[in-house]
Ligand binder design. Structure first.
Ligand code: FAD
Ligand code: SIN
Length: 533
C-alpha cells in the first residue's frame, strides 16, 4: 500500500509534536510513532526546560554555562540561537496550554540544576515532560490536517537506493522520498511517500544495560540516516545521569532529578561522607560529566554499587510539593527520604551526538530534517547542560518548520518507488537469537564504552560487536522484519558509531573520558574552566 503526505514526522515526543503544530496549517501531516502516542523520552523529563526568564539571569550567562558544560566543543552560533530564541518558544508552549509551576506571587518558580549559574528551569513539579507532552498532544489531536499513526514503526527512509541507484557515503545528492513503515498490529509494511520527512526519533539509551530512557529509545532515526548515507556526528558523547535510583531489577532506571540537588540534596558515600569536594568546587551541582565520573570513581575505589543522595535535611513540605513523583516512588520502595538516604547510581541518559543538521535542522540528505535528541545541532558539544534538550527541541522544531515551508512548493513526490521487498524471507525461528544479542550489545557497551574508556576497552568492544553485527546481518537478510529485529540492528549500528567516534577522538573531553589521555581544559570567555579530568 502506498500513501502520500506532505509532511512525514517520525516520532511523537516534543520535537515531532512541536514541528507538527508548526506545519499543519500548510499541508497534510502524518506522525508515525512506534508505541502509544505519548511514549517517549519527553514523557519522562523531570527537571524542566531551561530558559532565560527574569532579570536575575541573562542570555550571556546561559550561553556561558552551556559553553562551559560543552567542554569547548559547542557550536557557538547554535548555542546563541537556542538561548536567544528559547524564551519565545517556551512562551508558545505556555500559550498552547503547558502549565509550569508558579510561586505564590505569580512568578514562575525557577529551579536550578548542575552547571547553571542562575535559577532558570521552568518545571511542572517533577513531571515536566509529562505535562508538555499532554499539552502538545491535546493540540495535535484537534488539528484536522494531522493524523497520528501509533504502533507504526519506521524501518528505513526511502532514497535513490530504493530506485536501484548506487548511493555511497560520498554521494552528495541523496534525497529522501519518505519511509517504509511497519504497522506493528497487522505486521504489514506500508510505503509512505512524503515531500518533507522529519526525523524526531529521540535517544538511544537502550544501547546500554542501564538507562533512564523508556524502551522506545533505540536510536532508530540515527541508524536509519546512517544506513541511508547521511552524516552523523559526535556519537562518542554519551551522557550518563549521575543519579538514577539504585533499584536492582528495575529497567529502565527511575530518574532522581538533578533539581533535587539544586534544592539542597547532597551526594555521600555509603559511610555518610561527602565526596564531591575532591572533584569540583561546585560540589554536587557540578556539570553532569564531572559528577557521574566522580561517582564512578568512588564506586570503583570503594568496591560499592551505589552512593547516596541525602535529602534528610531538606524542608519536608517544600520537597513533597516540588517532587511528589519521586517522593511517592521512594516511599513505595520503603525509602522515606526524610529518614533514609536515597541510593543512586549513574545510568545512560542522553545522547549528545546524532544526525548532523545545519542551523535549520536540515540533514545532509535532501528533504530530510532532524530535530530533538536524534539530531546534532552542535548545542551540546562534549556535554549537555541539564534541561537544555527540551529547549533545543522546540527552537529547532520552529526553525526546521520555517525552512521546510519555504521549500515545500518546489518539492514533488517521487514516482516509481517500489513497495517493501520481503521475498526470500521467513518468520524468525527463535526470538532468543534477538533478545540475547541485544543483551550482549548492552553488556559490551556498558563494560567497555561507559563513563571511563581506554583504547584497549574500545578495541575489545569493537571486535565483539563486529561478531554480533555479522550474525545479525545474516539473520536480517533471511528473516521477515519485526520491530525487535530492526531495533537490534539499529542498536548495533549505534554501538558501532559510538565506538568508532570514540576511537577517533584522541583526547579526554567532556563526556568522552579516556584513561590514558591528557585532559582538555576549556575556559569560556571571562569564565570558569570546564574541568574534564
Ligand atoms: P522523544 O521524546 O524520545 O520522542 C521520540 C519519539 O520517536 C517517540 O515517540 C518514539 O516512540 C518515536 N520513535 C522512535 N523510533 C521510532 C521508529 N523507528 N518509528 C516510529 N517511531 C519511533 N531534558 C530536559 O531538557 N529537561 C529534563 O528535565 C529532562 N529530563 C529527562 C528525564 C528522563 C528520565 C529522560 C529519559 C530524559 C530527560 N531529558 C530532559 C531529555 C529529554 O527528555 C529528551 O532529550 C527529549 O524529550 C527528546 O525529545 P524528542 O522529541 O527528540 O524524542
Ligand atoms: C533531570 O531532571 O535531572 C534531568 C534533566 C535533564 O536531563 O536535562
Amino acid at each position: 500500500m502506498q500513501q502520500k503526505v506532505d509532511f512525514l514526522i517520525i516520532g511523537s515526543g516534543i520535537a515531532g509534536l512541536s514541528y507538527a503544530l508548526k506545519v499543519a496549517d500548510h499541508g497534510s501531516v502524518f506522525i508515525v510513532t512506534k508505541n502509544n502516542e505519548d511514549e517517549s523520552n519527553t514523557k519522562y523529563a523531570q527537571g524542566g526546560i531551561a530558559a532565560v526568564w527574569d532579570t536575575t539571569d541573562s542570555v550571556e550567562k546561559h550561553i556561558k554555562d552551556t559553553l562551559v558544560a560543552g567542554g569547548g566543543l559547542c557550536d557557538e552560533e547554535s548555542v546563541r540561537i537556542v538561548v536567544t530564541e528559547g524564551p519565545e518558544r517556551v512562551k508558545e508552549l505556555i500559550d498552547l496550554g503547558t502549565n509550569f509551576d508558579k510561586k505564590k506571587n505569580g512568578d514562575y518558580d525557577l529551579a536550578k540544576e548542575g552547571g547553571h549559574s542562575a535559577h532558570r528551569i521552568l518545571h511542572h513539579k517533577d513531571i515536566t515532560g509529562y505535562e508538555i507532552e499532554r499539552a502538545l498532544l491535546a493540540k495535535v489531536r484537534k488539528h484536522k490536517n494531522i493524523t497520528i499513526l501509533d504502533h507504526h514503526y519506521a524501518i528505513d527512509i526511502i532514497t535513490q537506493h530504493h530506485l536501484g541507484q548506487v548511493v555511497t557515503s560520498q554521494s552528495k545528492d541523496v534525497e529522501c522520498y519518505g519511509a517504509y513503515i511497519l504497522d506493528t498490529r497487522t505486521q504489514k509494511i506500508e510505503t509512505i511517500l512524503s515531500r518533507i520527512t522529519l526525523m524526531a526519533t529521540g535517544g538511544a539509551g537502550h544501547v546500554y544495560a542501564t538507562t533512564t530512557n523508556p524502551i522506545v529509545a533505540t536510536g532508530d532515526g540515527i541508524a536509519m540516516v546512517y544506513r541511508a548515507k547521511g552524516r552523523v556526528k559526535d556519537m562518542e558523547f554519551v551522557q550518563f545521569h549521575p543519579t538514577s535510583l539504585y533499584n536492582p531489577g528495575e529497567h529502565p532506571s527511575f530518574l532522581i532529578t538533578e533539581a533535587i540537588r539544586g534544592f539542597g540534596a547532597v551526594l555521600k558515600t555509603t559511610d555518610g561522607k561527602e565526596f564531591m569536594h575532591k572533584y569540583d568546587e561546585r560540589l554536587s551541582l557540578a556539570p553532569r560529566d564531572i559528577v557521574a565520573r566522580a561517582i564512578d570513581n568512588e564506586l570503583k575505589t570503594r568496591g560499592e554499587d551505589f552512593v547516596y543522595l541525602d535529602c534528610r535535611h531538606i524542608d519536608r513540605k517544600g520537597f513533597i510539593e516540588h517532587f511528589p513523583n519521586i517522593y511517592e516512588k521512594c516511599m513505595n520502595l520503603g525509602i522515606d527520604p526524610f529518614l533514609k538516604m536515597i541510593p543512586v547510581v549513574p545510568a545512560m541518559h542522553y545522547l549528545c551526538g546524532g544526525i548532523q543538521v545545519d542551523r535549520h535542522g536540515k540533514s545532509s540528505i535532501e528533504n530530510l530534517y532532524a530535530v530533538g535528541e536524534c539530531a546534532c545541532t552542535g548545542l551540546h558539544g562534549a556535554n549537555r547542560l541539564a534541561s537544555n534538550s527540551l529547549l533545543e527541541a522546540v527552537v529547532f522544531a520552529h526553525r526546521s518548520a520555517e525552512a521546510g515551508l519555504k521549500n515545500l512548493a518546489a518539492i514533488h513526490f517521487q514516482e516509481g518507488i517500489p513497495n517493501w521487498d520481503a521475498e526470500g524471507t521467513e518468520n524468525a525461528e527463535e526470538m532468543i537469537l534477538i533478545t540475547q544479542s541485544q543483551r550482549e550489545v548492552q553488556q559490551i557497551m556498558s563494560n567497555y564504552v561507559g563513563i571511563v574508556r581506554s583504547e584497549l576497552r574500545l578495541q575489545r568492544a569493537f571486535d565483539r560487536l563486529e561478531i554480533i553485527y555479522k550474525e545479525n546481518e545474516a539473520l536480517y537478510e533471511k528473516t521477515t522484519v519485526t520491530q525487535k529485529l530492526c531495533e537490534l540492528r539499529n542498536l548495533i549500528c549505534i554501538g558501532y558509531l559510538v565506538i568508532k567516534h570514540a576511537r577517533l577522538r584522541k583526547a579526554s573531553v567532556g563526556l568522552h573520558y579516556m584513561v590514558h589521555y591528557h585532559k582538555v581544559t576549556f575556559v569560556a570567555p571571562n569564565g570558569r574552566c570546564s574541568s574534564v579530568g
